[in-house]
Unconditional design. Structure first.
Ligand SMILES: [Zn+2]
Length: 293
């Protein structure tokens, strides 16, 4: 049974999410609901799997941690992206029209939705790879990204733990360009279903094995190393959905003979509440010093 879950959970839950998304659309359900219902069901299934088949019992979280991660998830992943989409796309489109500029982009609108989504994923992941790597290698950006690396445990809900500056930059690269060039709503919706469920799995505390998928997908086995406390391990596996860009640039890392040890930042007393983490990037060396509590 455990072996079935280990190898089957990722493809089964992701496929179920996509199938439910398609069925709801065929039933004429509003596209937003048809997108967020399968995402919520995916989160529910992953929560049950974390409880029944955890990767590490020591990564089980308490109510206080869940409460803070829920605030991040609601504000940073729930409220911020639609706000940014609205204000930035309206501002940019208005500016372009004000200058009487028309920008023509080649996008294969006539491809099947799944093909367009895959194309979008490869391109968005490429841009996110560059930003993510820069955020690890350039101190001023790292201070914002350190918020995402602060947890000492991984579980699905802490995929939402990002500083709004970091999330805003990601949005500029992985969503806004595709909204502006007029990629269809159905393509964006399918992308959100895959992006969200894969993101939950990437951070999950489930004893999963992705097998050959580890050569294409940036899943939990690869991403745990990205959250290692040690830079020589964490400065790898930058891929958001796919691991192909890490292959190309030589940063894919998956030791076969050991598991990741400690996660988080060097400063083991880095504050973990939402409000304190909003201010941490403005304190030089906060992720390294141990004097803060
Ligand atoms: Zn990172």
């Amino acid at each position: 049974m455990r072996i079935l879950v280990r190898y089957g959970a990722y493809p089964v839950v992701l496929s179920l999410g996509i199938v439910i998304h398609i069925i709801l659309q065929k039933m004429g359900v509003n596209l937003h609901l048809a997108t967020y219902i399968p995402v919520a069901l995916g989160a529910l299934m992953i929560t049950v799997l974390e409880w029944r088949v955890p990767f590490r019992y020591t990564w089980w979280v308490d109510k206080r941690e869940v409460g803070q991660d829920a605030i991040f998830m609601a504000l940073i992943q729930g409220v911020l992206p639609p706000l940014l989409a609205f204000t930035l796309s309206v501002t940019l489109l208005g500016w372009l029209q004000g200058h009487e500029w028309t920008v023509e982009f080649v996008w294969p609108h006539d491809w099947p939705v799944a093909g367009q989504m895959l194309m979008m994923m490869v391109l968005a992941d490429g841009m996110r790879y560059g930003l993510h790597r820069w955020a690890h290698e350039w101190e001023p950006l790292w201070r914002f990204h350190a918020v995402h690396h602060s947890p000492h445990k991984l579980y699905w809900l802490n995929v939402g733990r990002f500083h709004p500056v970091d999330k805003g930059l990601q949005f500029l690269l992985d969503s806004l360009p595709f909204v502006l060039i007029g990629v269809g709503k159905e393509v964006l919706a399918l992308y959100v279903v895959c992006y969200a469920i894969n993101g939950f799995f990437q951070h999950c505390n489930i004893d999963l094995r992705l097998g050959l998928l580890n050569y294409a997908i940036s899943g939990p086995e690869l991403h745990r190393w990205h959250h290692s406390k040690w830079k020589q391990e964490s400065n790898h596996n930058y891929g958001n959905n796919l691991i192909v860009w890490d292959w190309i640039f030589g940063t894919r890392y998956l030791p076969k003979d050991r598991q990741v040890d400690e996660l988080g930042l060097v400063n083991r007393h880095y504050p973990m509440t939402f409000l304190r983490q909003m201010t941490m990037p403005f304190i030089a060396g906060a992720d390294k010093e141990t004097i803060l509590s």
